[in-house]
Design a protein around this ligand. Structure first.
Ligand code: ADP
Ligand code: MG
Length: 224
């Protein structure tokens, strides 16, 4: 009986994902069909073709990410200094931040920050969180990133705090559910991927948020 329950829970989870995917794919399909109709009728063809390409890209990404959901995450680990990885990632995101009129402040730690991690994947996690923070700030906010190590538990804490729109309790509860998004052209795949990457590193993620105040992400990773 236990077994059956688990199986049917799995099936309904897959069903929910499928419904989410179908919903997400129906929107770009509807607009593509509409645009091809317009292409037949008038002469803004380049503009329509650009939108069609962008919508097709979006659908391709959705399907790729859906397929990768079921697969185990394979880590390609190397020794890495997290002070450096955070600094590099912030540098990468700074021009994007300037566009949003956002200042990113970083507080590194003098303590030991070496971890044995998949550098590219952890960088992807940091980029995802910083992107979400930027998108939560309409204009003229700031993002604080702080690193701390706990030598007792041999862990590193990476805190990413924004003063953006924040989330309701309900929204916070939905975080990590594939395809959960409140954005018009969001995929809702950023956080599920981040959770998966951090868990496969035996790390943890804690998210605190308050509507209208901002959001604080706490990433915890084991040090070597
Ligand atoms: P996407 O960014 O494509 O919407 P994510 O998985 O990255 O997908 O995020 C899911 C949802 O979580 C977002 O649509 C948003 O509602 C909420 N969210 C995530 N990060 C933040 C943040 N820093 N501030 C406010 N809301 C956030
Ligand atoms: Mg995102």
């Amino acid at each position: 009986l236990q077994q059956k329950l688990i199986e049917s829970e799995k099936l309904s989870a897959i069903g929910k994902l499928g419904a989410g995917l179908a919903h997400e794919i129906r929107n770009p399909l509807t607009s593509i069909i509409g645009l091809t109709q317009l292409l037949k009728e008038n002469n803004h063809q380049n503009k329509y073709l650009e939108i069609i390409t962008a919508e097709l890209e979006r659908m391709k990404n959705l399907v790729n990410q859906f397929v990768s959901l079921g697969k185990p995450t394979i880590l390609d680990r190397e020794h890495c200094n997290l002070n450096e990885l955070v600094t590099d990632t912030v540098e990468l995101m700074n021009s994007n931040a300037r566009l949003h009129n956002v200042e990113i402040y970083v507080e590194l730690t003098n303590s030991h920050t070496n971890a044995y991690i998949d550098k590219a994947k952890i960088k992807q996690v940091l980029i995802n969180f910083i992107k979400n923070a930027l998108e939560a700030i309409s204009s003229g906010g700031n993002i604080h990133i702080q690193l701390k190590t706990d030598m007792k538990s041999k862990e590193i804490y990476i805190m990413i705090k924004d003063n953006g729109e924040g989330m309701t309790e309900e929204q916070v509860d939905s975080l990590g559910t594939p395809f959960f998004t409140t954005k018009e052209s969001g995929l809702g795949m950023g956080l599920p991927i981040c959770f998966d990457i951090i868990h496969s590193h035996n790390g943890r993620i804690k998210i605190d948020s308050e509507k209208g105040q901002g959001t604080k992400i706490n990433l915890v990773l084991p040090l070597n």
